[in-house]
Design a binder for this molecule. Sequence first.
Ligand SMILES: Nc1ncnc2c1ncn2[C@@H]1O[C@H](COP(=O)(O)OP(=O)(O)OP(=O)(O)O)[C@@H](O)[C@H]1O
Ligand SMILES: [Mg+2]
Length: 355
Amino acid sequence: MTAIRLDAVVRTFGSVRAVDAISATIAEGELFTLLGPSGCGKTTLLRMIAGFSDVESGSIWFGDQRIDQVPAHRRNVGMVFQSYAVFPNLTVEQNVAYGLRARRVSRRDIRDRVAEALALVQLPAHNTRWPHELSGGQLQRVAIARCLVIKPAVLLFDEPLSNLDAQLRMHMRVEIRRLQKSLGLTAIYVTHDQEEALAISDRIAVLRDGRIEQVGTPETIYRAPQTAFVAEFMGSTNIILGVAAGFDGSATTVAAGGAMFQVRGRAGAPGAKVLLSIRPETMRLAGCPDAGGPTLAVRLQLREFLGPLLRLHAALPDGTPIRVVTLGGQGAQPAADGTLNLIYDPGQIIAYPAP
Ligand SMILES: Nc1ncnc2c1ncn2[C@@H]1O[C@H](COP(=O)(O)OP(=O)(O)OP(=O)(O)O)[C@@H](O)[C@H]1O
Ligand SMILES: [Mg+2]
């Protein structure tokens, strides 16, 4: 088990600061996810940790060893890519054995360790199939086995599941998590899928323009996002621009979308512009047995039946869109004029200063 420390790591490409002084400490055995939009520097940071890309300034540590000047093949890192990176001209067995051959491990040890690695990813041992005979999920298992066989100190994943269909993605992420936990490996996992990040991580770092915007457990990042960017990126939320009106000692009244919202706590001085973040699942349909709190009249525009859930697309009085997600069983019946009454919890609305 190896802790990883990033200390003010920088990498620029021309005028782009791809990784802009990132510092973080990843504990032994932790699965730490880098989450962020395309181009925010996730791959660049991972490649520097693996040794495929030079660190411009700052340092990277595995335990108490500084490794950013150590060549890639001596860092004992396994990296899994989106594109599998499986050699097409080698069989499954030969692919998995590749790293051991390069390390001059004896033939007998190679045979045992390849069988062991294949078993870990639930592929048959003594596997003489060719990559073109495998499904995407099986190819990704080969890629993972190839990493595990060298007994890496650190596992790096760069969007390993992006090429798989939705169902297989959900299945494989559970397997990756099980393996990582049972082997006690420290892992850094890159994704731009927020649900995957929530599901798989011990902690998540949300990146924006080469910087860490927030680090925390999935629960913290989801429930207490520190910025509107994190709130919006992490799961869907309604971000509505408003103006603080008054504070009554416990809640602030905010005018937004042509309606008046109650927001717990002091959301801003009177007249201050604020961004309200309201998660779609925190609102209820008026008339639900468990619903209590201030109400909000919206105009229903579209309903999407999603099986267990119902997603409503509605509009606030001034036309601002607002989405609501409720359990599918509760039929949302609007009034004849299309109006629907929602109930919300002032403690579930987060207000951010508007830029
Ligand atoms: N070799 C390179 N030469 C020039 N610019 C680069 C190079 N590699 C990355 N960049 C730039 O650095 C920034 C970060 O790129 P990076 O690939 O790390 O993003 P990412 O977060 O992995 O994005 P994605 O989700 O699309 O994979 C981008 O602006 C990208 O264009
Ligand atoms: Mg990338």
